[in-house]
Design a protein around this ligand. Sequence first.
Ligand SMILES: [Zn+2]
Length: 349
Amino acid sequence: MTSVRQIPTRCPLCGDVRSRLVTRGADRLERVEGEFSVVSCRSCGTWRLDPAPIPADLPKLYPTDYEAHNRLRERPTPVIPGRTHTWRRRFVEWAEAGRPSLWSLPLRRLPDHLLMRGFSRTQYGRFNPLAYPGDGRRILDVGCGSGDLMAQFLGHGWSPVGIEPSEHAVANAKARGLIVEQGNFPEDAGRVAEHGPFYALVMSNVLEHLPDPALALRTAADLLEPEGLLLLWVPVADGWQQRWTPRTWFNLDLPRHMSICTRRGLASLLRQTGFDILATWPGTSARAVIRTVAARYKGTPREAAVGRLEFSPWALRAVGPIIRVLDAMNQGDIEIVLARRAKETPRPS
Ligand SMILES: [Zn+2]
């Protein structure tokens, strides 16, 4: 167990200090000592840690066996372009072209959902809308961990570059032959700028770990080509798991998640930092839902039995349809967002 120094925080979206308590809890990885509080902003509903670890102590939150720093599943094997890849690319081009103007708002998500259901499975097992032949285009993976997503992009013919604060994860990624700079984002963005500008930039489960998500997104916009693409996987604060059992919600990940936006807050944050949203998909994972439920049984006689469910193909299949219904009602806990750098990047006044 390690201890961290903490400071009071204000809302990273609107700056308000007023808040109400959502939940308190301990680090489930049992890395960091003490209890942590998550509060919800009274003005905009954004969740944040308050107090939060000081920036200098952030590396202490991540043990060397942290999962994202040791994932080595994906191999950069060339992917033969097939119908799935063609459809993904056509969809992105269609979304970039602004979609037909008659496409009314309630229907907007329909093609996104269909694309996910029909063409979702990549080798990595989760939906990646940019998993199509990249024709050598440059893509930056911010917080690339051990480089699993980069390996996937490399396999699809993109030219990936990564930036990652963890020395251990950088060593894992470099051992796979990937181009990765060690550093914090956005502070050390200069280290990857020379590899740019980038056609696309991805942040997979990263934005919520950063003390200043707005600054990170503005820096991301600066690293992109004009109208370059941004792809995010990010937890959101408004959904059934979060409301029902915030303390055991798997993606709360105390104390590593500094802030978690609502869907509306995320859309507004992207607009303010110079992005237009092209498409969104739900990214709720059956395994994570089972972990959320299992955590409710921690310390009870049922703990072991419920904990085993996440490895049961039967349980995962049973949870799937429930998740799909809740996702369709915008009640999921992870959003996958494809956005484009706006022509005119707004600057803070
Ligand atoms: Zn706020």
